[in-house]
Design a protein. Structure first.
Length: 232
């Protein structure tokens, strides 16, 4: 992690000119101009909610998200929350959520669940902070939690992710009567969003949409699957 907390490194590309360089800022600016995209994993799991995202999960964006969440780079909140805000706008402006809002319905922003061990290790709640910065005008409830025994999803394939999470997401706050707009940093196989949606609907949410900063683009199928390092 030492390389991620080096004070003068760019959080996206590790150049030493600044903590967020002009080249990485341009990637964010281009994504904001392009606007939100409706995204879904391939294959798309049953129960995957309508989801919007801002940018591909690779290069400087992937590096910045890891550095923000696990490398102590809270200063990257600004550009990352701008990307999330764009994805949230996509979800809010399109059916089915827009119809719900037009009818006067309530919406709640809910961060995807984190593992309890991850909270303790980090001493902060990066996803909740990101959601607050992205949508300060909307109510945010940290309503979801992982049960015990859930492993880190990093490095697991689609089947293992789905099995790892099955019935593992629970509610700790009421969401009854509201449309929940789920927030996560990245959508990969969709397992976390599917299980979160299941728990939210079981808890009385009238609908679930989702917004993520980034979306994993599938590489060509001839390329071997390379798991990312599992976080301690
Ligand atoms: Zn950079």
């Amino acid at each position: 992690m030492a390389d991620l907390v080096w004070p003068r490194q760019c959080g996206g590309c590790e150049s030493t000119r600044s903590r967020w360089c002009a080249r990485c800022a341009a990637i964010v600016r281009d994504a904001l101009v392009a606007g939100p995209q409706r995204v879904q994993p391939d294959p798309c799991p049953p129960g995957f909610p309508p989801t919007w995202s801002s940018v591909s999960y690779d290069g400087p964006i992937a590096h910045a998200l890891k550095a923000y969440k696990d490398g102590g780079r809270a200063d990257l909140l600004g550009p990352l929350s701008q990307l999330l805000r764009t994805a949230l706008a996509g979800a809010l402006d399109a059916p089915p959520l827009r119809g719900h809002l037009v009818r006067g319905g309530a919406v709640l922003i809910v961060p995807a669940p984190s593992r309890p061990a991850a909270y303790r290790k980090r001493g902060r709640h990066p996803l909740l902070d990101l959601a607050r910065a992205a949508a300060p005008e909307l109510p945010i409830v940290d309503a979801l939690r992982f049960g015990r025994g859930v492993r880190d999803q990093a490095g697991l394939d689609a089947w293992s992710r789905a099995t790892n999470l099955r019935d593992a997401v629970g509610l700790r706050r009421s969401v009854a009567g509201a449309w929940v707009l789920l927030v996560d940093d990245v959508v990969t196989t969709g397992a976390t969003l599917v299980e979160s949606r299941r728990a939210l609907l079981a808890g009385g949410a009238v609908g679930v949409s989702a917004a993520t900063v980034a979306v994993t683009r599938r590489r060509a199928s001839s390329e071997p699957f390379t798991p990312r390092a599992t976080l301690a």
